[in-house]
Design a protein around this ligand. Structure first.
Ligand SMILES: *[C@@H]1O[C@H](CO)[C@@H](O)[C@H](O)[C@H]1NC(C)=O
Length: 349
């Protein structure tokens, strides 16, 4: 009995220790609600874990890896968070904009595609409340894929261009989304075709002159005519061609003018109200089936009889006429090998 207890204790202890060791790192973030969060899932970090399992620290490995991310205790990520990794030879990205404050635990599993070892990281994301930015604008960048925009260096390049367009230093990126998640089409697998990315920025300052053009009827008329309207010359600030925006897909959001959200529906008890006793009718009203009977039975029957008569007339009444001038004569011959026992020979009268 006591032996069993010790075995159990030992087992429990080792399982517990293994679980503790399994978490190679716990990474903490504090972020603001309504602002973009990005985290690059680095292959190098996991590579050192894999190398330390196999004691191959002296060689630098570059194993292909795939990542699986989920919220702890759930099969998938929370609604606001997305993950993208294009190829096992590239880093992955977690990105998204939290909408409510609170703590989220995200597990990241890395699977080494050479050795099939796995390693795990835990992210603790704490979202703290933050005031919503009253003026927001969304831009479409046609020549980009979302994972190429998420590295912080590219984010700041794009932000710099937009700061000039908005004539405002105090811009914050609110959201970045893959155009495919917004009903975009998968591009052809050719050079020069990209999925496209939407970037939303926000500020406390009102829109610049350039941005206010988006609200003019002239802009709407031009853009309705064709999508290939260029950014007006004095508003053209993009330095790197792949960061240039599609002028006609610019959208402005003035949250000061937006109506307050309708009040949340009140929760009932979950039971429908009593609607009284349902009294079924004694017998259904009678229906007249005679016209239906005529249409479905009598009419086809008459047509069938007529066709029968017509066929009979053709077969019997007019048969002589077809063979007019001939009679069929049956000649019975004595049965013998290779000879027909009966021949029908037409003969001219
Ligand atoms: C960010 O964009 C995605 C995709 O359009 C959307 O589902 C999500 O609600 C947006 N988040 C915020 C905070 O606007």
């Amino acid at each position: 009995m006591s032996f069993c207890f010790f075995v159990f204790l030992f087992y429990f202890h080792s399982v517990f220790a293994a679980t503790l060791c399994g978490i190679s790192a716990e990474i903490k973030f504090t972020i603001a609600v309504g602002r973009l969060f990005t985290y690059e899932v680095m292959r190098e970090n996991f590579q050192s874990d894999f190398d330390s399992y196999s004691q191959k620290l002296y060689i630098l490995h570059n194993d292909p890896m795939i990542f699986k991310c989920n919220q702890q205790g759930y099969p998938d990520l929370p609604e606001w968070l997305r993950f993208i990794q294009r190829r096992p030879s590239e880093n992955g990205f977690l990105y998204g904009t939290p909408t409510t404050p609170g703590k989220t635990f995200i597990e990241i599993y890395a699977i080494n595609k050479n050795s099939y070892d796995t390693a795990r990281d835990l992210l603790v994301i704490k979202a703290v409340p933050e005031k919503m930015l009253p003026y927001q604008a969304e831009f479409f960048i046609e020549l980009r894929e979302v994972e190429k925009v998420l590295p912080s260096s590219v984010q700041s390049e794009i932000k710099q261009d937009l700061q000039k367009l908005w004539d405002n230093e105090a811009l914050e990126i609110v959201n970045i989304t893959n155009a495919l998640d917004r009903g975009g089409r998968v591009p052809l697998p050719l050079a020069g075709h990209y999925e496209g990315v939407y970037v939303k920025v926000g500020s406390k300052k009102y829109f610049s002159r350039c941005l206010q053009r988006v609200m003019t009827p002239q802009y709407q008329r031009q853009c309705a005519a064709g999508d290939k309207v260029k950014v007006p010359g004095e508003c053209h600030f993009c330095k790197i061609p792949s960061n240039c925006i599609t002028w006609c897909k610019t959208k402005l959001f003035d949250r000061t003018k937006m109506e307050p959200a309708p009040p949340a529906p009140t929760m009932g008890s979950g039971i429908l109200e009593d609607e009284g006793y349902f009294d079924p009718p004694e017998s259904p009203p009678s229906r007249d089936y005679f016209p239906d009977y005529i249409v479905t039975v009598i009419v086809p029957l008459i047509i069938a009889v007529l066709l029968c008569l017509l066929l009979a007339y053709i077969m019997y009444g007019r048969r002589e006429g077809v063979y007019h001038g001939f009679v069929l004569v049956g000649v019975l011959k004595s049965p013998g090998w290779g000879q027909p026992s009966m021949c029908l020979q037409p003969r001219k009268i």
